[in-house]
Structures are given as structure tokens and as C-alpha cells.
Design a protein around this ligand. Structure first.
Ligand SMILES: [Zn+2]
Ligand SMILES: [Zn+2]
Length: 419
């Protein structure tokens, strides 16, 4: 009553609320995002507007269209026949679905019959149809698709202002570094925070755990990528991707004094009409003060995010200074959860069998753990007893991955400043 009858008090209340972040729905919010998506701009099989409609409809707050070595900019026409050829299943044509969703006025075509073409809309054109403050945001990105002597080196960069062209290095590790150096240079020049992450290390058996460890400028890598061809589980000769995380982080902490890697889960989606490389398999949940590209990148650099393929957390407290982690899982009906605390004990780093050991196991929805004196670090993986609804590998269960916790001082290298 007093507030509404006094404009001054109302303004004061609004000012206090804004200062506290209340105006945006709380001091911080969790934002769901996919950092790795392909469209017709490279080798995906749908229009960016159709892909964004899917992700926004599924409750994602941010989406990075990350096509191979291209940004969704400039004039690009595609043959309608070529568009249709990419479809993996029969049924409605890609063009028919696009026209039904966006209408004749929006869809631009030229030519007739076999020569008919459609223009791909740029990110700038489609952004106003999707971006909504606090609800949805496109973050511009690219999959810098590089390689070294036939081994793939793919790095996603998000919040770019310009394209980054892949540049070969003298070694595989220098090739990994070249993307990070280019992203850092652009960040400084354009004044935008740019996050780069190393993708699917086991794809083409491109990257070893030692490579991941020794390129210490690399802060992020994909611990889960939803593409079924990325060899998530490894094979008899190669460790699975989750084990690679422990191998690399153990080398970093035990011998290099460098900061451990943070894990990212993404879709790497290509197929939107049936097919194997589907959207909606893995994502990140980022806690940021508001939904802006800079805030998302900032929060991820601070490790204030987790990865999920179907499990949501209600509470997450990860305290680097104290070496503690506690969280509560948002339990789903009739679903059981197992949390494994995984890490490496001091002095055990040279025995691969003792790297990434299970240090503790919890069942239920509440977990808390503190780093012990004899532990280099720990992290947590939560697994549900329910199958993943869109598995990318045999036997996949719904899961979540929590970032590592460590307390020893580490160096935080900057790309371009190290050898
Ligand atoms: Zn790739
Ligand atoms: Zn990709």
C-alpha cells in the first residue's frame, strides 16, 4: 500500500531490487545451454531457425550454433535438392517443415524445379525471433575444425566476434594451442569474453590424455559429446573420455602444477529428421548473474557449472577454498541415483589403475564430500538407474558430471604466453 501510493518509495524499492539482482528473478540463475550444434551452414541437416525452435522449446536458455569453420554470416544459397538429400528419414520434406513453421514470406527462394535454391538466414536475421531477455540467447560460435597429420583437432569457440581460421602448428599440441591463442587474441582485441573448448578427444583417436594434460592453456574439454561416433567409452587400447579427464587432471596437479580441466557436455547435433546424431543428449547448466554471453563465459571459467545428460541439481555448493562439495539432486519419480566421488590420491599418479579411483559412493539425492589430505582432487559423477532416452552409446544411463575440486595452488596459464 505504502509502496504503490508513493512513487519515490516504489523507485527506491526497484533500485534496491535491481541492485540485489531480484529484478532478474534471483541473485543468480541456472541456465541450460548447448555449446555445440551444426546446421545447414556446414554439415547439419536443418535450418538454424528450426534447430533453435527445438532447443528453445526444450527449455534451453542458450544455444551456440557452431558450424565447421564458418559463422552464420553473409549471403549463402543452397540447392533445395541438396537440403532434402541430407534428410535421414522419409516423411515430410525439410523444406515443407520449414515453410509450415516460418511461412512463405520468411522463406526466401529463387529458381525453379531442380535449380531451386533457398537462402540460409544469418544469425543476425534470426536472432530477433528467438532472443528474449532472461529466457533465450544465441551465442555466436564456430567449431574450429583443425587437424595434425590426419588426427582431428576440433575446438569450439563461443562468443566470437569474427571467424577464426584453423592454423596448423608444428606439433599436435601446438595445433591445439593455435586455436586458444587465436581466441585469446580476439578476446583482447574485441573486448568480449571468448570460451574455447577442446571437442571429442577420442574422435579419430586424435587427442591423448597426455596431450590434454600438457596443453595447460586448455581449460575446457568435452567429457560428454552426444555424437555416437566419438568413442566415448574408448576401446581396449584407449581410455574412455571420462577416464581421460582423470588421467589429464592427475598429470596437471601431480607433475605440472597446472589447473585441472573443466568438463563440458554437448550434443554435437547434426540430424534433426531421424538419423543418429540427434539434439538433446547432453548439456551444461551454468549459474550466472544474468543471461548474457559474457556472464555465461565468466561463470564457466570460474567452474560454476555442471554437465548433464538428464539429471538436474536443486542445490550445488562447490567450495574451492575449503575443498568441499555438496549438492542435492532434483529427484524424479521412481528414479534412483548413485554418486561416485572420483579422484586420485597423492603419490599414486604414476599407477594408471590408481588414477581416477572411486573414493566414495553415495546413494540418494543428498551428497557432501571434503577433500582429504592425501587426495590431489576429487570430482563427482551421478548416474541414474534409468536409461538415457536418446542413448549415444550402448547401456547409457542418465548422468551428471560435477567439476573437480582441489585446493593446492596452481598456475592459470594464458594462451599465447606459454611456450
Ligand atoms: Zn568435431
Ligand atoms: Zn561438431
Amino acid at each position: 500500500m505504502i509502496l504503490t501510493s508513493s512513487p519515490r518509495l516504489t523507485l527506491l524499492f526497484i533500485a534496491i531490487a535491481c541492485a540485489a539482482g531480484i529484478a532478474h528473478g534471483g541473485e543468480s540463475n541456472w541456465f541450460k545451454g548447448n555449446t555445440h550444434t551444426h546446421s545447414l551452414w556446414s554439415d547439419g541437416n536443418d535450418f538454424p531457425e528450426m534447430i533453435a525452435t527445438f532447443y528453445k522449446g526444450e527449455g534451453y536458455h542458450f544455444l551456440v550454433l557452431s558450424d565447421h569453420n564458418v559463422l552464420s554470416r553473409g549471403e549463402k544459397w543452397m540447392g533445395v535438392r541438396d537440403v532434402e538429400k541430407r534428410r535421414r528419414t522419409l516423411g515430410h520434406s525439410t523444406m515443407k517443415k520449414y515453410l509450415a513453421a516460418f511461412g512463405d514470406k520468411w522463406v526466401e527462394r529463387r529458381g525453379k524445379g531442380d535449380a531451386e535454391q533457398v537462402r540460409l538466414k544469418t544469425l543476425e536475421e534470426i536472432r530477433p525471433r528467438f532472443d528474449e531477455p532472461g529466457k533465450f540467447l544465441f551465442i555466436e560460435g564456430e567449431e574450429i575444425t583443425n587437424g595434425f597429420r590426419g588426427l582431428p583437432v576440433h575446438t569450439n569457440a563461443m562468443n566470437l566476434g569474427e571467424i577464426i581460421k584453423p592454423k596448423k602448428g608444428a606439433t599436435l599440441r601446438d595445433t591445439m594451442r593455435s586455436c586458444l591463442i587465436a581466441a585469446k587474441e580476439q578476446e583482447k582485441r574485441l573486448g568480449k569474453l571468448i570460451l574455447a573448448h577442446l571437442n571429442h578427444p577420442n574422435f579419430g583417436w586424435g587427442i591423448t590424455p597426455e596431450d590434454l594434460a600438457h596443453v595447460i592453456e586448455e581449460q575446457f574439454f568435452e567429457v560428454y559429446n552426444g555424437h555416437p561416433g566419438v568413442r566415448h567409452l574408448g576401446d581396449a587400447k584407449h581410455p574412455g573420455v571420462e577416464k581421460m579427464w582423470d588421467l589429464a587432471n592427475t598429470i596437471r596437479l601431480a607433475t605440472l602444477g597446472a589447473e585441472p580441466l573443466f568438463g563440458i557436455a554437448s550434443d554435437d547435433s547434426h540430424h534433426y529428421h531421424g538419423g543418429d546424431v540427434k539434439p538433446g543428449r547432453g548439456w551444461v547448466m551454468v549459474r550466472a548473474s544474468s543471461l548474457s554471453a559474457d556472464n555465461i563465459v565468466k561463470a564457466m571459467r570460474e567452474g560454476d557449472f555442471y554437465c548433464s545428460s538428464g539429471i538436474t541439481l536443486e542445490v550445488l555448493e562447490r567450495n574451492q577454498d575449503k575443498g568441499t562439495l555438496s549438492f542435492r539432486i532434483k529427484g524424479e519419480d521412481k528414479e534412483k541415483y548413485t554418486t561416485r566421488i572420483i579422484g586420485t590420491r597423492r603419490g599414486q599418479h604414476s599407477d594408471p589403475a590408481k588414477v581416477g579411483e572411486v573414493l566414495a559412493t553415495f546413494t540418494g539425492t543428498s551428497v557432501s564430500y571434503s577433500l582429504k589430505d592425501n587426495e590431489l582432487y576429487f570430482r563427482a559423477t551421478i548416474t541414474s538407474d534409468k536409461d538415457h532416452p536418446l542413448p549415444s552409446f550402448a547401456g547409457q544411463k542418465k548422468a551428471a558430471w560435477i567439476q573437480p575440486v582441489w585446493t593446492q595452488p596452481v598456475s592459470k596459464p594464458e594462451a599465447g604466453k606459454n611456450p
